[in-house]
Design a protein around this ligand. Sequence first.
Ligand code: 5GP
Ligand code: MG
Ligand code: MG
Length: 197
Amino acid sequence: FSSSPSPSSMGSEAEIERVLWTEEEIARRVAELGAAISADFKGAVPSPVVLVGVATGAFLFLADIAREITVPVAIDFVRAESYGAGTESSGEPRISGDLKIDVEGKHVIIVEDIVDTGNTLSRLMSHLEKKGPLSVSLCTFLDKPARRRVNFELVGEGKFYRGFECPDYFVVGYGMDYAELYRNLPYVGILKPEMYK
Ligand code: 5GP
Ligand code: MG
Ligand code: MG
């Protein structure tokens, strides 16, 4: 494979400038988060707890953390769209795909790839709150607090879990994309500057 960007190599390792978290570091942290959730929700009533993955970015994180959680869970997805193909949030995210599971009276844990401005999450929180859940927690793989513009509130006794605090870069990999590419990289990294066009 060529190491310089060309249409056929786009979306591969060659465009990564720097790795922020390796596959091994991610696995260790996800196991810790899964253990924390398992301890906090042990014996929780009602059961199961509903894990709500935010498509598409959370698909790998959800798959990995679900296998580290030892309490009964149900799994569903919502789809939120804010970015289009760029690196800046539109500020008006849209819920374009809704839950199949009825979460009224249930414990819900939102599973997100990254919370950046907070727009998507606050929109999603109020969307879920209207369904009458007993609690809504957040489990986000990455958190970029430096860029927060909108605050969000957990519902009921909801808890906050986060994998890593992310420095102020646009990151890709482990589910996260740039123009729908790079989601399948098993680590998280920053692209070479020339890739952002
Ligand atoms: P927010 O609405 O909080 O600004 O951003 C929410 C969504 O935008 C995230 O769930 C994620 O899908 C996307 N996003 C935010 N920051 C990044 C980033 O650094 N890299 C990638 N690939 N997506 C991001
Ligand atoms: Mg997301
Ligand atoms: Mg995206």
